[in-house]
Design a protein around this ligand. Structure first.
Ligand code: NDP
Length: 483
């Protein structure tokens, strides 16, 4: 693995090590082998990163948007040129098949760098005429942003947070999940190589305690978390104590509704994309698949047939289309949910077992005859487990689809376009799909409502969450005062 980062942290333009920090083993999910080791950030490392980010921020913000954007776009080009090596590393870090990582990770990170790089020069305030007086606004950065990532998309998350933050003139300290510490370091390395001054984008490793230390530090102005709802509640509360800005990209239990008139083949493809991509470890997954009774058996038959074609194996083999879970711990959590599904009376249609090989492999699993109250229909599983629920009519299914604390995503398959738009308008979810599932182009806002999050990533909407507006009143005449 010649692409491995050379030390645990990347701070102030250089790799930094401090072996006094708790060791974190990097485990390859496909074999269970230890393939690397990093160290959790000590208080000195955290201090170094925050000071570097603070010191670099004013000069970075003082550059023109065109200059900042050029660096981000150069980073995008480097990332694309190294897509193969970065994808191999992402596969070692997460276990996701190379077939996926080569098209969905560094490429998606590069899209974000290119998109926000292009936008940096267009960020402006506005002019508001008030008779002879006028107001102008300045769009200003927030300052130092902390990014905290989950383990499912380490390159993408580091880039989706870094690109808009840097485009707006902020600097960043990013903490990856301790399960996947490697990829964010490459993002930092590439940004530095592209010309980002030292301190503009820093990476520190660590467990939740390092995240917590960053969030509560007074040098930090904004926190963007991708993680679970319980962690989101803690991080949001800690940020609120100091009135920091937040973006919360949290979990979900999203509905996917398939009406009788849907094209079965496309609906099955959508359901596969909504449940089995990245072995089901995707926050926006449509894991409650409501299928209208008229199409149910045809849907289940075709789904089972198609899942039989999944190529499960060595994720570095480009032919492999389904890889292991990210960790033994996550695999056990998912096995627990599969057992609960069986105990609570859901019908196991296919899968359900761990594969008899090294690594943390579970079969793609489908339960049918799932009812709304079952645990597997209520809690986020974050694994390759689809719950199929029956429904009869539109109003009923929409109410059931919305009956959850989450609101990240939702999808509908139907040939009736009026119905599709009506259903989508009724969804309590931030990111919706019609006759598709899990597309995440950088041009479109991404994020959740209800417990699934606050704020939006990607698109022009992200700019609102990485900048603030200063309003300046300019009086052209005399000032009137009451006395
Ligand atoms: P966690 O919520 O466990 O962790 C997320 C990150 O927060 C990790 O880096 C973690 O560190 C860190 N962290 C944990 N506790 C604290 C704390 N008190 N203060 C600051 N940081 C803390 O999520 P997972 O990594 O297990 O990821 C899976 C979850 O992420 C799922 O629920 C999924 O839905 C959600 N997710 C949401 C996405 C979205 O965009 N909406 C996208 C992808 C995932 P460490 O792990 O090192 O302890």
């Amino acid at each position: 693995m010649h692409t491995q980062p050379t030390a645990s942290h990347f701070i102030n333009g250089a790799y930094v090590e401090d072996t006094a920090g708790t060791p974190i083993d990097v485990i390859y999910p496909a074999t269970g082998e230890v393939i690397g080791r990093v160290h959790s950030a000590t208080p000195a490392i955290i201090d170094h990163a925050l000071n570097a980010a603070r010191a670099a921020q004013a000069a970075w913000a003082a550059m023109t948007g065109t200059e900042r954007g050029r660096i981000l776009r150069r980073a995008a080009d480097i990332m694309r040129a190294r897509n193969h090596d970065l994808s191999v590393l992402e596969t070692f870090d997460t276990g996701k098949p190379y077939q996926e990582t080569s098209v969905a990770d560094a490429t998606s990170g590069a899209d974000a760098l290119e998109y926000f790089g292009g936008m940096a020069a267009t960020l402006t305030g506005e002019h508001i005429q008030l008779g002879d007086d006028w107001v102008y606004t300045r769009r200003e950065p927030l300052g130092v942003c902390v990014g905290i990532g989950a383990w499912n998309y380490p390159t993408q998350i580091a880039s989706w947070k870094g690109a808009p933050a840097l485009a707006c003139g902020n600097t960043m300290v990013f903490k990856p999940s301790e399960t996947t510490p490697l990829c964010a370091l490459k993002v930092a390395e590439i940004l530095h190589e592209a010309g980002a001054p030292a301190g503009v984008y820093n990476v520190v490793q660590g467990l939740g305690d390092v995240g917590a230390a960053l969030v509560s530090d007074s040098r930090v102005d904004k926190v963007s978390l991708t993680g679970s709802v319980p962690t989101g509640r803690k991080v949001y509360a800690a940020a609120a104590a100091e009135m920091k800005h937040v973006t919360m990209e949290l979990g979900g239990k999203s509905p996917l509704i398939i009406f009788d008139d849907a094209d079965v083949e496309n609906a099955v493809s959508g359901a596969i994309m909504a449940n089995f991509y990245s072995s089901g470890q995707v926050c926006s997954n449509g894991t409650r698949v409501f299928v209208q009774t008229g199409i149910k058996e045809a849907f289940l038959a075709r789904l089972t047939e198609r899942l039989g074609k999944a190529v499960i194996g060595d994720p570095q083999d480009p032919e492999t289309s389904f890889g292991p879970m990210v960790s033994e711990g996550q695999m056990k959590i998912v096995q627990g949910y599969i057992a609960k599904g069986q105990d609570e009376g859901a019908r196991l249609v296919t899968g359900g077992a761990r594969l008899d090989r090294d690594g943390f492999y579970l079969e793609p699993t489908v339960f049918a005859d799932v009812t709304d109250g079952m645990t597997i229909a209520r809690e986020e599983i974050f694994g390759p487990v689809m719950a199929v629920l029956d429904f009869e009519d539109e109003a009923e299914v929409l109410a059931r689809a919305n009956d959850t604390e989450f609101g990240l995503a939702a999808g509908v398959f139907t040939r009736d376009l009026a119905r599709a738009h009506r259903v989508v308008a009724g969804f309590e979810a931030g990111t919706c799909f019609i006759n598709s599932y899990n597309d995440a182009p950088v041009e479109a806002p991404f994020g959740g409502v209800k417990a699934s999050g606050v704020g939006r990533e990607n698109s022009k909407a992200a700019i609102e969450h990485y900048s603030q507006v200063k309003s300046v009143y300019v009086r052209m005449g005399d000032v009137e005062a009451p006395f």
